[in-house]
Design a binder for this molecule. Sequence first.
Ligand code: BES
Ligand code: MN
Ligand code: ZN
Length: 500
Amino acid sequence: MDLTLSSTAPEAVETPLMAVLVASDRPFEDLSGFDAQFGGVLGRAAALGDFRGRTGDRVAGHHRGTDGPRRVLYLGVGASGSLTPETVRCAAGEAVRFAEGRRLPSLALSLVHPGPGVKARHVQAATEGMVLAAWRFDELKSRAGPDGDGDGRGRLLRSGLIVGAPPHAWDEAVRFGRAFASAENLARTLQATPGNLATPSRLADEAVRLAADSGLQCEVLGPAEMEEQGMGALLSVARGSDEEPRLIVLEHHGGDAGAAPLVLVGKGLTFDAGGISIKPARGMEKMKYDMSGGAAVLGAMRAIGELDLPVNVKAVVPSSENLLNGSATKPGDVVRSRLGKTIEVINTDAEGRLILADALDYALGWEPAAIVDCATLTGACVVALGHHRAALLGNDEELLGELRDAGDLAAEPCWPLPLDDEYRKQLLSEVADLKNVGGRPAGTITAACFLSEFVGQTPWAHLDIAGTAYGKTKKPYLRNGPAGRPCRLLLEWVRARAGV
Ligand code: BES
Ligand code: MN
Ligand code: ZN
């Protein structure tokens, strides 16, 4: 969706739909001139008490004349003083859904009424809400689908307009919102792409392309380079598949030359069948989403490059399939990680930590200021936190605090779990340095303990996104399926670190 900013008065905008945010504590009379164009629907609804500007309150109407917006949708957002970015994001999403339901090609959103309660953060959120809501994945639909609507493709809303003064102060907010949301949409598209199409090598091709488009450096390691590097943990996962693994490396040099980089790491497992420890068939198709962490990182890197954030950021996305054949790693096999630690593979379905171990260790070579990894790592995380918050673990309280804040700002919240040394003992192996599973208790924590063995003293945080990266949603700016999370969390964090 093309999104632009306008300072034209809402009544003068030629648009199929003007969605208007209405605050509960600001005079509705401010809108009466505008509302007159629509026969005073808002005034009448307010008089009957049906519309009071609370979140969830809505009134729609049609224009009575010949110019100006053809339709209006008033959306209550509550008190202007306590307006949250997420309320605005949701309202923007609802406006897009309303337009979509009527197959409108474009819409406008007015942020005028809440007055000084509207800050740059809200403008960014409005932009994000519209761009995220307009995303859809219909590349694989032909016109002949059983839904019979005859035009599975091409119904996309093409453009959005944000109305309100003064545009010069909001330019930057729209620019960030657009970049953040498009980045997350890219992550969603990569997530949605099925495993037969989004293979490790295709994911790497995509990374090469996005790097070229956004001014990033990109390097891709294949099996030969991985052998050279001694990445036995990553290679052990790829053994069971005919598709070659890839290690995708992206670099953005926006800070001082020589300044320690921030590093983002994302699990890029393009399909997780579990390996020899094969998963049950039910729901296995969802395991195409096991590259969600990698997708979020690739998306985030594109926005970081596009916005040319003044900070050095590097990314590593280890990518493999986890399948099974005659060469597949077996339970009981011992593999050697790049760091030299040996790992007894008890369960081949605990593969994420294996590919991440070598990726984290590889990143340490850059002497990072901080490493943040995100991964659909454990089913236990879904049990612990469900679908609303990602699990957050790490070795540096300050970094954990920064990520909590970034998650809250992006409405992609996370919640800490402890990483005490006691849990580590669950990973002791009789034959190797470590085993790759720590038993049923505290599965998310022992997985993070495993990763922590490969980050040394570097400030590091891990986001387990198994419950939040995809699934059903009630958020109006999302759809069921891939959520792109935690792409915007990562971006808010990097942006805060960059100080912009
Ligand atoms: N990709 C899965 C984790 C997962 C499960 C993500 C459900 C999303 C939804 C991961 O590779 C995995 O299989 N983990 C195992 C680890 C276990 C064998 C210790 C799990 O959680 O069952
Ligand atoms: Mn697995
Ligand atoms: Zn997995």
